[in-house]
Design a protein around this ligand. Structure first.
Ligand SMILES: [Zn+2]
Length: 528
């Protein structure tokens, strides 16, 4: 197997996965295909929907076709791209057991030509006591160890599942242990039930824990994740492969998927979609159809919207906008917004892995944007690496000018000419970064960003807090503040009450105006 990375943003990545002479671009969505009931024929999945991979169940195929000589998966499904097979673990989750041994199902998957195959793991269910979860983790690791000699030398890729459910310490243990074994791909088991309950914050904790502790160079699959509204976030967390039957299952109940969530078809007055199924159609055109036919069309729409979302995500990775997309999608559902907050607890990993400059400005919508890696990276560098320049005893903190880069602002240039004191260290103050030293103001991303206004409460608090933190870490002999009458500046003024003498404060709406320059010049002369 080779897995090459082409581009990345946050923990998300565009990769090329090669298996048995076929190549797959990731992140990729694989529709779940029931070999017995094909909602959409696999050949059409590839030709009309662009699905270069699908997933089917080797256990069900074995139950029906085990006696057919020369059974081959791609011929059976009439599909020549990549086929992943599950082992029957899902049936264990639903029915408690399966009538097959691990050596039998491993051998069967090899025999029928599966490209990506799964060992017979024991999925962790939901709402079960910790002891049982511990059992599923231990038993899956035992099965994985037993599988190694059986899969050695086969040309298909093997998936080592990670279990542990909502018990994050068990997820960590599972990911670390299976990561030491020579599997090609890892997969986080059983998030389906978490997603069905819309418990997205828990999903984020589970997914991040598995991702952090599994080998980063291997592709990782989020089992059962297929609603388009969570894909951007899942890709941002570093997941490469997704599978779901949601497109077909939801259609059975007349549920229409959108990137913002699920809509009951009966509530639609318009079709908010440009896929080949919906374009130039109205909901009425679907309602007059027999139920079976309508379901089929809704399933096709559901799959189109899912596949299109993958393309949107990949383009966002290329442009370095993935966080923006995650935020936009999170607004569609209250639990998604909660999940975004949970995700921000892991921002250290995003900052460490962020590629930084992608040649475009950053856009900050609201406090959620504070977790963009660029903000954290700037503040970390400022606190840890940027010491105040030697001999600069007077910190002059100025409210941000209207245009960027701030150091090019005419008012600032005039003010600087009046304050020729060599002891002055000029810094700007702006949301969301806090302190921006004038000599760094032309660097990315400080020179190129847009902030949505008015600022929200969290953004103001965050900006002020990081500014005070810098001032306390690098005390100057004198602090001068030239601030505007805005909620942000007023909050800063209050927060600086222990550091800022009343006389060292200048209220000014424009750095270059006459009053400001005169007050500043006079003030400097009093500081010694
Ligand atoms: Zn559509």
């Amino acid at each position: 197997m080779t897995f090459e990375l082409r581009d990345r943003d946050l923990l998300g990545r565009i990769g090329k996965l090669k298996v048995r002479g076929k190549t797959l671009e990731t992140p990729a969505f694989m529709p779940v295909v029931n070999p017995m009931i094909q909602t959409i024929a696999p050949r059409r999945l590839k030709e009309e929907f662009g699905c270069d991979i699908l997933i089917t169940n080797s256990y069900i195929i074995r139950n029906h076709f085990r006696d057919v000589p020369g059974m081959e998966l791609h011929k059976l499904l009439d599909y020549d791209a990549i086929i992943m097979t599950d082992s029957g673990a899902y049936q264990i989750l639903v029915y408690g057991e399966v009538e097959v041994t691990q050596p039998e199902i491993i051998d069967w998957q090899k025999q029928i030509g599966s490209d990506i195959s799964v060992i017979l793991d024991i999925p962790t269910g939901w709402d079960i006591p910790r002891e049982e979860v511990e059992y599923t983790v231990a038993k899956t690791l035992e099965r994985a160890t037993e599988a190694l000699p059986l899969i050695e030398g086969s040309d298909n890729l093997w998936v080592g599942p990670i279990q542990g459910g909502k018990y994050l310490d068990l997820v960590e243990k599972s990911a670390k242990a299976i990561g030491k074994m020579p599997f090609d791909i890892h997969a986080l088991g059983s998030p389906t039930e978490v997603m069905e309950r819309y418990n997205y914050p828990t999903l984020v904790d589970m997914a991040m824990t598995a991702k952090i502790h599994a080998p980063i160079e291997r592709p990782i699959h989020l089992f059962g994740a297929g609603h388009p509204n969570i894909m951007a976030m899942s890709v941002a967390m570093g997941y490469d492969l997704f599978d779901s039957a949601a497109y077909a299952l939801f259609a059975k109940d007349d549920r229409y998927l959108t990137v913002n969530g699920t809509v009951k078809f009966q509530n639609l007055q318009y079709l908010p979609c440009s896929c080949p199924i919906c374009r130039n159609k109205s909901p009425e055109d679907f309602r007059v159809l027999p139920k079976g036919e309508r379901q089929k069309l809704i399933a096709e729409h559901n799959l189109h919207v899912t596949m299109a979302e993958m393309e949107i995500i990949k383009q966002a990775i290329v442009e370095g906008n993935l966080w923006d997309l995650v935020e936009i999608r999170a607004k569609g559902h209250a639990q998604m917004s909660a999940a975004l907050k949970t995700l921000s607890n892991y921002r250290k990993y995003f900052e460490e892995n962020s590629v930084g400059f992608k040649g475009k400005g950053l856009f900050y919508y609201d406090y959620n944007s504070l977790h963009k890696p660029e903000v954290g990276n700037h503040q970390k560098q400022l606190i840890n690496n940027y010491k105040r320049p030697v001999g600069k005893e007077i910190l002059v903190l100025m409210s941000e000018p209207k245009n960027r880069p701030y150091s090019g602002n005419q008012g600032f240039k005039k003010l600087k000419k009046r304050g020729t004191d060599p002891r002055v260290h000029y810094c700007f103050f702006a949301a969301p970064y806090g302190i921006i030293p004038a000599n760094l103001a032309e660097t990315y991303p400080l020179s190129q960003f847009e902030m949505a206004r008015p600022l929200d409460y969290e953004t103001i608090q965050h900006t002020v807090k990081s500014t005070v933190e810098y001032i306390e870490k690098y005390p100057h002999k004198h602090l001068v503040a030239i601030l505007k009458d805005t909620p942000l500046d007023n909050t800063l003024k209050v927060a600086l009450k222990d550091h800022l003498k009343e006389g060292n404060f200048i209220s000014s709406e424009e750095l270059g105006d006459k009053d400001t320059m005169e007050s500043f010049e006079v003030l400097l002369q009093t500081l010694n």
